[in-house]
Design a protein around this ligand. Structure first.
Ligand code: HEM
Length: 191
């Protein structure tokens, strides 16, 4: 029941976009609105999925793990929508032009790398893939999400012109969540 509710909540930003598109609620530049909104939600879902591990330990709520896969897949879903908006409405599915743009504009290069890193993680997110790869190798592969989130923050930082407050806020959240993992892996073992 709670899981179904979380699922619906994760879909709310899509519903809001669809509603805005249907009823002219996305302002004077809907393409820019959709690109920015889906980019924001990708980063938010990545950070929320990275919050699950520390939250289960700190709050002693191991059951939170059951939401991690769904939240990670929603991050990929919004990244896909973000990429789709760009390649469809900005580049008109012109692959050569898209590749040129990825090579030419560093913030696009970094965003693209962040997106590409999420693809194998989405594919291998099932129980079958965990079994096939083995828990250790699977966990190692899924550490790519740390790089993806760092690249996502850099992507955002590089695209803003002057006011860096929002990318800075995301950078601080990412640093806390990744710093927690560093701390846990390097802290001395308890006697
Ligand atoms: C194929 C990969 C990607 C491409 C081509 C791409 C492209 C873009 C473009 C064109 C913009 C709008 C820039 C502007 O309005 O000046 C944007 C914004 C943004 N993108 Fe991406 N992006 C990609 C992947 C990602 C990923 C993986 C993330 C998150 C991890 C992300 C997060 C963002 C954020 C947060 C914004 C800014 C939103 C805002 O202004 O509120 N992007 N991206």
């Amino acid at each position: 029941m709670v899981k179904a509710l979380v699922f619906l909540l994760c879909l709310a930003p899509t519903a809001y976009l669809a509603w805005g598109l249907l009823y002219d609620g996305l302002g004077p530049n809907p393409i820019e609105y959709i690109t920015r909104d889906t980019g924001d939600w990708t980063l938010r879902f990545l950070l929320i999925s990275l919050l699950i591990t520390p939250a289960r330990r700190i709050l002693a709520k191991p059951a939170l793990i059951k939401y991690r896969r769904m939240l990670g897949l929603f991050a990929f879903y919004y990244a896909f929508l973000h990429f789709l908006t760009y390649i469809w409405l900005d580049r008109f599915f012109d692959v050569a032009d898209t590749l040129k743009d990825i090579a030419k504009r560093p913030f696009i290069t970094v965003g693209f790398a962040s997106f590409v890193l999420l693809i194998p993680l989405a594919i291998t997110s099932t129980a079958g893939w965990i079994r096939r790869l083995g828990g250790k190798r699977w966990a190692l592969l899924h550490r790519a999400v740390y790089i993806s989130v760092i690249l996502g923050v850099i992507h955002y930082w590089w695209l803003v012109k002057s006011d860096i407050r929002l990318p800075l806020m995301y950078a601080v959240f990412a640093a806390i969540l990744l710093g927690y993992r560093l701390y846990v892996s390097f802290r001395p073992a308890r006697p």
